[in-house]
Write a new protein. Structure first.
Lengths: 98, 394
């Protein structure tokens, strides 16, 4: 079970108040986590990654275990602590005003 | 008794203001979609409880919302909260998907437009500026988007298809972004002819279709824009908004970047009607609900100074279809006022007397229940107002 922390805007859109928990089949990667996120919360499709290119939206970043994973391959394995559920994957909006 | 519902889009959410026909006491609902930009909300003329909203964010992209109960509850069309699949089994969140048509038949030559620096630039979807529901079918709605293109949904907003004849008619490479981006911001449907519609794009100009949006042609003859290399070019004009009175669909009024214009032949030729306005720069323009020669604008000082001249917020009204304008000031701030009124932030109701409404970037929504003679704020302290639409309810 993977824990994911969403930005407040997306928590509102998904009608959730805290972390979301996702079951991942196969290797836990950024791609498989976002796949599972969009399957469970389809209203989030297009908000984390582009509808067409499937690339991470430019003003969003992925963090875990105090590391910035944003520039990692979307198919790179997530840290063990995220896979075990000890640490969450953080989806964070860029600090760019607003 | 009739009622009024004012739909307000702001930088940080949507608000719904309601009143009875007296238009004296108002209830304020919101913020809906708090924290998101609401570029536009509009109700269906065929079903007043059917509302569409464009919710967007530079971080999270475009969301389309729909209400079937007059704004009490909202959902992304086709994506009810908590359901894993649609009854039809269709993929969800297609309602947020705006994909340009790049097919070799209909999509060409759609590849590039002119960028700020004059180079060619690929089309990139950014947001929906304007939603225009069909006059007859609540499930049909048009979307004007940035980068400029026209989309249509025929299933209540669940999915969108580009009407690519607009971008594909040939002048697309000459279109360029205005200060707000390259946006299709105005969609006007002809109530007497379902085949005819008008759109306006900054900075390309006005366009007309006479076959329900399949093919288009520029309608900019008579426009003169000193800020482009050829002031009378076929396209390239920064049209800010177009308004029509439903009883005379061949007569259109335009607030251009500079100049207020009118056409009496559905855009075949425009003439300037700025007359005695203190400045003819502005964004909003609208027509009285019962007097097709009575029009309203809010003059803004200049393209570089987006606030009212002399710090006085004045609506100007012409009862003669232009050229002769009177300042309407009662109830509006007449000193130290430096707000803007954006292009989609003015609307009228159809009560007698006609109500006129506009919102400001300072967060005020002003209303006049007597066609502009007297004004009062409904609310004073909303986030910056992007759009105002009004529904007159039975």
């Amino acid at each position: 079970m993977i824990r994911v922390v969403l930005p407040a805007h997306l928590r509102g859109l998904a009608h959730v108040s805290g972390e979301v928990e996702l079951d991942i089949k196969g290797p836990a990667t950024q791609r498989s986590v976002v796949d599972a996120l969009e399957a469970k919360y389809p209203m989030l499709r297009g908000t984390v990654r582009d509808h067409v290119t499937q690339e991470r939206r430019p003003f969003l970043r992925f963090f875990a275990c105090e590391e910035d994973l944003s520039q990692e391959s979307p198919d790179a394995l997530l840290p063990d602590a995220v896979v075990s559920g000890k640490e969450p994957l953080l989806i964070v909006g860029a600090i760019a005003g607003g | 008794m009739s009622g009024i519902r004012v739909l307000v889009g702001t930088r940080k959410g949507a608000f719904i203001l309601t009143s009875d026909g007296k238009r004296e006491r108002w209830d304020v609902s919101g913020p809906h979609f708090a924290g998101w930009e609401l570029y536009h909300l509009k109700g269906s003329p065929a079903d007043p409880n059917r509302l569409y909203a464009s919710q967007c964010s530079g971080w999270f992209g475009q969301i389309i919302q729909r209400s079937d109960d007059g704004g009490k509850t909202w959902t992304q069309p086709g994506t009810p909260p908590g359901e894993r699949t649609t009854p039809e089994g269709a993929p969800k969140a297609e309602s947020n998907k705006f994909v340009y048509d790049t097919s070799s038949e209909t999509g060409k030559p759609l590849t590039t437009h002119q960028f700020y620096d004059g180079t060619q630039h690929p089309w990139e979807f950014k947001r929906v500026w304007h939603l225009e529901p069909s006059l007859r079918d609540p499930d049909t709605v048009y979307a004007g988007v940035e980068d400029a293109a026209l989309f249509r949904s025929k299933d209540g907003g669940k999915s969108w298809q580009e009407l690519s004849g607009l971008r594909g008619h040939g002048t697309g490479p000459k279109w360029q972004p205005g200060a707000g981006g390259m946006c299709l911001h105005t969609i006007v449907l002809d109530p007497s002819n379902p085949e005819r519609m008008f759109v306006a794009i900054s900075a390309a100009g006005a366009f007309r279709s006479d076959d329900a949006g399949n093919t288009w042609r520029p309608i900019n003859r008579g426009l003169k824009s000193q800020y482009i290399p050829d002031p009378e070019a076929e396209v390239g004009h920064c049209v800010h908004r177009i308004a029509m009175h439903r009883s005379r669909p061949g007569v259109l009024f335009m607030q251009k970047h500079w100049d207020v214009m009118r056409t009496d032949n559905a855009g075949d030729l425009w003439q300037e009607i700025s007359g005695n306005l203190p400045t003819d720069f502005g964004f909003a323009i609208d027509v009285h609900a019962h007097e097709p020669e009575t029009i309203y604008v809010v003059p803004i000082k200049s393209d570089g100074e987006h606030f009212p001249p002399d710090g006085k917020l004045r609506v100007y009204r012409s009862r003669s279809g232009g050229n002769e304008w009177e300042a309407l000031t009662k109830g509006l701030p007449q000193r130290d006022c430096y707000v803007n009124v954006l292009r989609d932030a003015m609307a009228v109701d159809s009560l007698d007397k006609c109500g006129v409404y506009f919102g400001t970037t300072g967060g005020q929504v002003y209303a006049s229940a007597d066609a502009g003679d007297n004004w009062a704020p409904i609310v004073r302290d909303l986030p910056a107002v992007l759009s105002v639409e009004v529904q007159t309810l039975p």
